[in-house]
Design a protein around this ligand. Structure first.
Ligand code: NDP
Length: 339
């Protein structure tokens, strides 16, 4: 197949503070001719994730910075449209890391086949993918919740947080979320079954946490850090566990924000344990089995926020930081033949 034109979204500036749509450009370039062993696929879904903000910096944290002028990186679900590899056939569905573009080409070593009869393809980027493993592994392996304990999670209506609270409920815990609007809080309690949810933008945090967690907090699954972490630390129990998974409240900070008072951690002998999902790939098999079962049984609901069209990726990405998304934010880049 030749003559195909690729369309991608590139980063044109490294943003200071909140990124703007003007930091991105939509560009066209030819799809290269396929070499022996190569696999060409069309992107069906692109995952948008907060870590991408870190990639936009000149000096990234635990990841390499995005290169200006090339398509932004990102997880993708694609369909193979041409193959010169023995491992992949035309029509196969694959999980890859092709970034913000309509076509991807490689030798296939970076691809994992997906079976659309097992779960909708897009779940591989959310509940059955990296965010799902993040929710599952950090909660179970660092949070170690026991039935009857209280689990609090921030960004509770998002990709990771929405799963954390639901898993906590599966395990017999009291699940309390924090989210940025009354609508999200209603969604988290009424639709996802959390026991309570606090609007951290409007409610006094101390009083609200005291009311929602009468027995104190045993596990705080931290997705945001900052003021919420500081408030939660005043309510943790002896031996509480705090998976420190994300600090989204600080991702756009221009100057380092003042940190929380960590003294409470010392006094209560609590543990903050940094988490990187890449360290937990050995949990993949158990995670896939448990999460697939919970989804099948209906004890975990999969929440997806799908934006149509690659050209809308930059604006949708910015919505992660103003709280526009509910559940896993995806871009539908081309029609999903399984739907
Ligand atoms: P979400 O789907 O939760 O989307 C981000 C949400 O964060 C927004 O919807 C918004 O919800 C909330 N938010 C945005 N800005 C702020 C702020 N200033 N203060 C508080 N909340 C804010 O994203 P994910 O589920 O993909 O990621 C959640 C967290 O987990 C992120 O911090 C991410 O970096 C981290 N993560 C870490 C991984 C690891 O390996 N360590 C792997 C995957 C994710 P609201 O309206 O409620 O404010």
């Amino acid at each position: 197949m030749s003559g195909l034109t690729n369309r991608g979204i590139t980063l044109t500036n490294r943003p200071a503070g909140h990124p703007q749509t003007s930091d991105f450009a939509c560009v066209e370039y030819p799809v290269p001719t396929l070499l022996e062993g190569g696999v060409l696929r069309r992107t069906l879904y692109l995952s948008l994730d907060p870590y991408m903000r870190g990639r936009m910096r000149e000096v990234a944290g635990y990841t390499t910075p995005a290169t200006l002028g090339t398509p932004m990186v990102g997880g993708t679900v694609s369909q193979v449209i041409e193959s010169k590899s023995e491992s992949f056939a035309v029509g196969d569905y694959v999980l890859g890391y092709d970034g913000w573009q309509e076509y991807g080409v490689s030798d296939g070593k970076d691809l994992r086949k997906l079976d659309p009869s097992k779960a909708p393809l897009s779940y591989a980027l959310g509940a059955l993918g990296m965010p799902g493993l993040t929710a599952y592994a950090a909660l179970l392996d660092i949070g170690k919740p026991k039935a009857g304990e209280t689990v609090v999670v921030s960004a509770a209506a998002g990709a990771v947080g929405s799963l954390v609270g639901q898993i906590a409920r599966v395990l017999g815990c009291l699940a309390v979320g924090l989210a940025g609007s009354d609508e999200k809080c209603r969604f988290v309690t009424e639709d996802l079954g959390f026991d309570a949810c606090i609007n951290y933008k409007t409610q006094p945090l101390d009083e609200a946490l005291k009311a929602a967690c009468p027995n104190g907090i045993d596990v705080y699954y931290d997705n945001v850090a900052g003021a919420v972490l500081e408030a939660v630390l005043g309510h943790i129990n002896l031996g509480a566990r705090i998976p420190l998974v994300g600090l989204i409240s600080q991702y756009n900070a221009v100057t380092p924000p003042p940190g929380p008072n960590l003294m409470s951690l010392l006094v209560k002998r609590a543990l903050i344990h940094g988490f990187l999902v890449v360290d937990h790939t050995h949990r993949e098999e158990a995670f896939q089995a448990d999460m697939s079962k919970w989804i099948r049984e209906g004890s975990v609901k999969v929440v997806e926020d799908t934006v149509e069209g690659l050209e809308n990726a930059p604006e949708a990405f910015l919505g992660l930081f103003s709280g526009k998304n509910v559940g896993k934010l995806l871009v539908k880049v081309s029609p999903d033949p399984t739907q």
